[in-house]
Design a binder for this molecule. Structure first.
Ligand code: ADP
Ligand code: MG
Ligand code: MG
Length: 193
């Protein structure tokens, strides 16, 4: 990952979020408050505007910009959680010999530090964790991502708004898991995979 690929990654993520905004909102309706599409759409529009106005010239500058934009512009649970993910990635990027899988791992750990969710709690963690593992094993594919999203369906939510509906959260895909899937599909595409 370099700055050009990183910018492409964010552009592709933005495109997918805008295309699937209504679907994200739909997912956030039975087990949430129907705002995940709007939250992510607004946040990514701001990220793209910031990239255009500031033209980051290093991956570090890009991750910094994404972090501050998501933390300041996205409300709800997802803004601070995605913001934390990029902040964790930034911190690890700044260390010597940090591989991309270690950088993503740091993103996952930051989300967990902030949101205290474990694997199986029906959150974005349920996509981040298997993706990080697959990147480490050099086996990330679109199918791996889809499988992780689908696996959130039978889970009972234990964190976030979806946990308020308890048993009734069973049978639905987690919205944050789905938006995280878009993030990682965009990453694969940006890398030409
Ligand atoms: P809100 O729930 O505040 O309306 P969003 O709808 O934008 O915010 O985001 C909801 C998503 O955030 C959930 O689908 C879930 O993936 C994720 N989420 C919520 N709480 C947590 C948490 N504690 N840890 C990890 N992810 C979480
Ligand atoms: Mg919501
Ligand atoms: Mg909300």
């Amino acid at each position: 990952m370099n700055v050009q690929t990183g910018i492409r990654w964010m552009e592709l993520f933005n495109e997918k979020i805008q295309q699937e905004k209504d679907y994200l909102t739909q997912l956030d309706t039975p087990i949430g408050d129907s705002d995940h599409g709007n939250n992510m759409s607004r946040g990514m529009s701001h990220v793209i505007q910031a990239i255009e106005s500031e033209s980051p010239d290093s991956l570090e500058a890009l991750l910094k910009l994404v972090t501050t934009t998501l933390l300041s512009k996205v409300g709800g649970a997802s803004g601070p959680l995605y913001g934390s993910a990029f902040m964790g990635m930034l911190k690890t990027l700044q260390q010597d010999d940090s591989s991309w899988s270690k950088i993503l791992q740091a993103g996952l750990e930051s989300i967990q530090k902030r949101g205290k969710a474990e694997i199986g709690d029906k959150t974005m963690i349920d996509v981040w964790a298997p993706v990080v593992q697959a990147v480490e094993d050099n086996q990330l594919t679109s199918a791996v991502i889809d499988e992780a999203v689908e696996a959130t369906k039978p889970l009972k939510a234990k964190k976030g708004r979806a946990s308020y509906v308890g048993e009734r959260s069973i049978g639905y895909i987690d919205p944050g898991a789905y938006s995280s899937a878009l993030l990682f599909k965009a990453m694969l595409e940006s890398e030409g995979k």
